[in-house]
Write a protein that binds this ligand. Structure first.
Ligand code: ZN
Length: 278
C-alpha cells in the first residue's frame, strides 16, 4: 500500500501510481481524513487498502505534501554509515547519535529548497514514519510500529551546524524546507527485504551517494528500540535514519548546493524526490 497526503487529507495511491483515493471517502467515514489519526489506527488503513477501491483523483506528484505533514517529533540519526563516519573523520558512535529536526522544516516531496548560505549540503536518507507508537519498543517488534518508508533529504547548513563546539545539529538541519520526504509511504508489508533498501542521490544528474541500508551502523530496529527507551514515539513521528558517504562537505573539492541545482533522491522501488534549490 502506498499512502500519500493531498490538501492535508490522507489518500491511498493506485497500483500504477497515477491516481489517488481519499481514505475517509473510501472507508465511508469509518476512517478519518487526518493523517495523524490514520497512523494511530494503521491496521484499519491497511484493511481498506485491501478492498476494491475506485481511484478517482488523478495523481499530480507536485501537489503532494510530505506523507506525515506535521509530525509532533522528527528525529535525525548522525554518522550512521561507516562510509560517512569515516569521510567525516569522526568516531563511530557507540549509541545512535540523535538530534531533532524541528517539524517546521518539513517540505513537500517536490518542494523548493531555499539556499541559506555557501555551505548547504545534501544527505539522502531512508525515512521511516511511526504508526502506533509507544515506549520501550523491542527490536523484535520495532517494524510493527512503522507505517511505512520513503526517501528523504536531511538538508544541512554546515555553517550553522558547525558554528559552535559541540555542533548545532538540530538547528543546522531545521531551516525552512530542509526536510523533504515522500512522495508517499510504502507500507512495510510490501518490502521484500526491509533491511536492505537502496538509497541514492544525484545533484544535477550526477550521482553523489548510493548505498544499501544493510550498511547502517544502527539498524532501523535498533534505532527504534533506543529512541523509545528514552521518549515515547507517537503516531506520525518521522525518523531520518542517517546518510551514507558522498556528502558535499567531504568531497574533494567540496561541493555545496546553490540556487538552480536539482537534487534527486531515490529509494529504489519505493519513490523519488525532486527538489529544486532556489
Ligand atoms: Zn542526516
Amino acid at each position: 500500500m502506498r499512502f500519500a497526503v493531498l490538501d492535508g487529507r490522507a489518500h491511498l495511491v493506485s497500483p500504477h501510481a497515477d491516481a489517488l483515493v481519499d481514505v475517509e471517502k473510501a472507508s465511508h467515514g469509518a476512517l478519518p481524513s487526518d493523517p495523524w489519526l490514520c497512523f494511530a489506527q494503521w491496521e484499519k488503513v491497511l484493511a481498506i487498502a485491501g478492498q476494491q477501491l475506485r481511484f478517482d483523483i488523478p495523481l499530480d506528484v507536485s501537489a503532494l505534501q510530505a506523507p506525515s505533514p506535521c509530525p509532533r517529533q522528527m528525529f535525525g540519526i548522525g554518522l550512521n554509515y561507516r562510509s560517512h563516519a569515516e569521510e567525516s573523520g569522526m568516531e563511530i558512535p557507540k549509541v545512535p547519535l540523535t538530534f531533532p529536526k524541528f517539524s517546521s522544516s518539513v517540505n513537500s516531496p517536490n518542494g523548493d529548497v531555499p539556499i541559506t548560505g555557501a555551505l548547504v549540503d545534501f544527505e539522502a536518507e531512508l525515512v521511516v514514519v511511526i504508526s502506533h507508537g509507544g515506549r520501550n519498543i523491542s527490536q523484535e517488534s520495532a517494524w510493527s510500529h512503522i507505517a511505512g518508508v520513503c526517501p528523504g533529504q536531511d538538508i544541512s547548513d554546515r555553517g550553522l551546524q558547525f558554528s559552535s563546539t559541540p555542533p548545532q545539529f538540530g538547528l543546522g538541519k531545521s531551516r525552512a524546507g530542509y526536510s523533504p520526504f515522500g512522495p508517499w509511504l510504502v507500507s512495510v508489508d510490501e518490502l521484500a527485504n526491509r533491511d536492505c533498501l537502496e538509497i541514492s542521490c544525484s545533484v544535477n544528474g550526477i550521482e553523489m551517494q548510493r548505498s544499501l541500508t544493510n550498511d547502517l551502523i544502527f539498524s532501523v530496529s535498533q534505532i527504534i528500540e533506543f529512541l523509545s527507551s528514552v521518549v515515547e514515539l507517537l503516531p506520525g513521528d518521522v525518523i531520518f535514519t542517517g546518510t551514507p558517504g558522498g556528502v558535499g562537505v567531504s568531497r574533494k573539492p567540496p561541493l555545496f548546493l546553490k540556487s538552480g541545482d536539482i537534487i534527486t533522491t531515490t529509494l529504489t522501488g519505493i519513490g523519488t524526490l525532486t527538489n529544486h534549490c532556489i
